[in-house]
Design a protein around this ligand. Sequence first.
Ligand code: PGA
Length: 253
Amino acid sequence: MRQQIAAANWKMNLTLAEGQQLLQDILSKSPELSSHQQVVFAVPFPYLAMAQEAIQGKAGVAIAAQNCYSKKSGAYTGEVSVPMLQSLGIGYVVLGHSERREYFQESNQFLAEKINISLEYGLKPIFCCGEPLAIREANNQNAFVGQQLQESLYHLSATQLQQIVIAYEPIWAIGTGKTATSEQAQEMHAFIRSQLSAQYGEAVAANITILYGGSVKGANASELFSQPDVDGGLVGGASLIVEDFLAIIKALK
Ligand code: PGA
């Protein structure tokens, strides 16, 4: 079975002490994970070392950075490089979140550079894609997401692509409480997989984990994750609430 992932995206929330407590509360109550299940916590940069330490010895749990820079090192004040993340033992990096695309003007091409350097250092990108409301209303979401995939991923070899996790996050569903229906999620996930299949072949596409993100909650996770092409979720708001995130972990296939 494909890897199924419950990924928490803390965004710019919590103090160090609050983050430590949240991790402890979730980890102490988390169910045992099967070998095809994983829980990932994408925490703010200053908490990465704490989080990495907190998950030591926890099978199936990994830490993600929420961003990285596209260069190895140098005079880039305020940026964080992939070798720095690697030196902490971080397993994943979230790239292309719509908030970074919108507020920090991250383009598909710039994201391709970040993906390249992440793969070079053995970090797995969680690559976010998804359309804004106007595109959905015009029914152009497939072309929009297809272009994001093409411009950021299709230069990769099949071996490289297999290190990528994709997160489909319709922008109109992020932090709005307006979740895509499970049919809308499944439809887009199947489209993404068909595009990957056309580019890399069916066997490669069948193995790629595709997460859904956008107002995933304890109450709707099972329904979303029950869809055949939905392999878990990237969760913002509900990942800050212990009982909600535990329910999301339990909803993994
Ligand atoms: P949300 O955020 O769960 O709060 O909608 C999801 C995300 O932005 O990854």
